[in-house]
Design a protein around this ligand. Structure first.
Ligand SMILES: Nc1ncnc2c1ncn2[C@@H]1O[C@H](COP(=O)(O)OP(=O)(O)OP(=O)(O)O)[C@@H](O)[C@H]1O
Length: 249
């Protein structure tokens, strides 16, 4: 199968107390279309650095990143954001606080267009946006609510909808449920899983939650000190128990 994203010997070197340190240390990863990959690792293992390298928020010291066979290693963050979207852990990132839920959705739907064009003709989209939120108790009837009046869980659900509204080539979830209470976190994780399967998305999800890591996705990788130390396919993952993962922490 042709890979969607290919990471080829990715190295990121930083200078730490006058010593060179590879925080990504030769990462090779081939992501197939419709893979839903769970990424685990201790604090400081390099997970966010890896996602930053994929989005272009950070440049690699060496190595290559190919998307659908095209070398995007030097493509900037703004260009990559047209086909790679990311949801962060912090509910405040990813949404504009002084805009309503509907305005935020429209901005996301028209990502890539100049900002002055993106918010035109909002009313034409209200029905469509209402259909997105009608099955989400947290956001139903809140299309005209300003985002800074939403709870963390509502805001994270909005960030997720914004990330998938244009069907990204690659969806990156960076501990997107970690800041939420257990119930809200579980609801957002169920929504995430449903949407990824229904829309046939390709996704890389960082989590520290071992229950989520075992339950969701078709592949699991563990990062340690900038290297991939475990890469399980769907069959191996389906036999996995939380207990088996503890030795990596
Ligand atoms: N710009 C930078 N300058 C110096 N050190 C950095 C920089 N960015 C990351 N690091 C270091 O690189 C290592 C990997 O960081 P990274 O944030 O990728 O880890 P992580 O796996 O996402 O951790 P966490 O689970 O805590 O979010 C850490 O030791 C971090 O301190």
């Amino acid at each position: 199968m042709k890979s969607l994203l290919e990471i080829d010997n990715a190295v990121k070197t930083i200078n730490n107390d006058n010593q060179e340190l590879n925080i990504l240390d030769g990462i090779n990863l081939s992501i197939n279309p419709q893979d839903f990959i769970v990424v685990l690792g201790t604090n400081g293992a390099g997970k966010s650095t890896l996602l930053d390298a994929i989005t272009g928020a950070n440049t690699l010291s060496s190595g290559k990143i190919l998307l659908n066979g095209d070398d995007i290693t030097s493509t900037n963050l703004a260009k990559r954001s047209r086909y790679i979207s990311r949801v962060y852990q912090d509910p405040k990132l990813g949404t504009s606080p002084r805009m309503t839920v509907a305005e935020n959705l429209l901005l996301a739907k028209r990502r890539g267009l100049p900002r002055r064009l993106r918010l035109r003709r909002l009313n034409d989209h209200m029905k469509e946006f209402a259909s997105f939120t009608k099955d989400l108790p947290t956001l139903d009837n809140r299309l005209n609510t300003f985002t800074d009046k939403l709870s963390g869980g509502q805001r994270q659900t909005l960030s997720f909808l914004m990330a998938i509204i244009q069907k990204p080539e690659l969806l990156l979830l960076d501990e997107h449920t970690a800041a939420l209470d257990p119930q809200t976190s579980q609801e957002l994780m169920e929504l995430t899983n449903k949407v990824i399967i229904e829309k046939k998305l390709t996704c890389l999800m960082v989590t520290h939650n071992l229950t989520e890591a075992v339950k969701y996705g078709n592949r699991l990788i563990v990062l340690k000190k900038g290297k991939i130390v475990l890469d399980l396919d769907n069959e191996a993952k389906s036999k996995l128990k939380e207990q088996d993962l503890l030795e990596y922490f």
